[in-house]
Design a protein around this ligand. Sequence first.
Ligand code: NAP
Length: 484
Amino acid sequence: MPSDAYGNYVDGTWTESDSGDTFELRNPADPDEVIGRFQYSTTADANAGVEAATAAQPGWAEVPAPERGDILKETAKRLEDRKEELTKTLSREEGKTLSEARPEVQRAIDIFYYYAQKTRDYRGTVKAASGTDSNLYTVQEPVGVAALITPWNYPIAIPAWKLAPALAAGNAVVLKPASQAPNVARKLFECLDEAGVPDGVANFVTGSGSEVGETIVQHDDVDAVSFTGSAEVGSHVYDSATDGKKRIQAEMGGKNPTVVMPSADVEQSVDIVGAGTFGVTGQACTACSRAIVHEAVAEEFRSGIVDYAENIDVGPGVEDPGMGPHVSESELQGTLEYIDVGKREGATLEAGGGRPTGDEYADGYFVEPTVFSDVSPDMRIAREEIFGPVLSIIEVGSFEEAVEVANDVEYGLSASIVTDDHSEANRFVDEVEAGVVKVNEKTTGLELHVPFGGCKRSSSETFREQGEAAMDFYTISKTVYEGY
Ligand code: NAP
């Protein structure tokens, strides 16, 4: 490619956009630093990605599954060789600390190894036929061409957890990464390319959601759409994919609670809530944003979590502080606006509440870890996704009230409880409305080999991601009755 901008990857070649336009990516800790320029792609570029995938998919489906697995395994090895470089790339574009970025890269590596192995397991099941001289079995086949649309907050893990099962099952894909953090995903495609993925099987097109995203969701040759992002965009994508009779999964936002009960060790609760709330700058769909605390331990918890928040050192992700910046100016503004809303609603600001002061924070998108107490369940800060390091403490008088408050939001992604009471823990698992439930653990952090997804407004509730469940989305079953 002649220009110095990073390309799209279409039909096995790094290409420039039809538009001739590019967009710039800057380091959120130091916006003067330009990380790179990316293709501002058009509908024609997105169509080219789908056309390449459509042409390549039948051939890829015919490749014996273990051979597809070999390419995934080779991709994992190449990611592994570049682990430190990818960690720094991720931190520089998204803002995560190195200690947060490194496990995310490792997760992408593990995901590719996992689905490389899974290629050997997916073909179908044999059942006993009712007649004599007959076979009855199912065959799992790829869905076809999948459009993958990913958010910026896990810019390598989420592309990996969509790409690897899709490719393992014999689908061809077009991935549109988030415009805020496309660089580490681009490097993942370099690894796929070097690992020998056939031309057209995996395509990467950068550009706006409204043009590239819309085009791949609506394209007639796309059979399945896997979306992760906000509830607003996700609902729209869901409607447009279902209008086109496509298979769709949409995983979206959260307003995740941790319930703290009187039997809990309060110090442990503070660590669990603190890590869940302020980790990755609160920019996780599973981040804790509500501490629903029993009144018997509320005071002790409040003082512990304020101390926790005030002791987090904020700084550029690449210097590996306790907490990095927001990914962008608009995300920072969004969080600051919610902090204002909280104050106006009458919550008590206990810690943080603004941008940190000092020359080193002057330009980056830094925000202080923030804690509100005296939050009531009807306040906006208790109901809407903030997507920043802001905790609302809601006091309750009983387990029943805690569950009622936990469930009284539109979202249902992740929820946890801190308790030493076995039956309370089990009742919580039964009664809380969330796709991920944890006992004595933070709301964030997922294992890659179990299903992941939300309920209510957090998810289309169609198909789960990750683990074996991901293969359900990327395969379709054929039932064979064979007499002989
Ligand atoms: P977003 O604004 O909804 O964007 C997500 C992706 O959709 C981006 O690639 C975006 O492209 C694209 N897009 C935007 N408009 C589109 C359209 N009309 N058609 C098709 N695609 C379109 O979300 P985000 O700000 O990147 O991510 C943060 C959100 O993701 C939070 O709400 C978080 O909770 C959620 N999330 C959920 C999960 C989960 O598994 N449940 C995981 C991580 C994050 P551009 O970047 O070019 O706008």
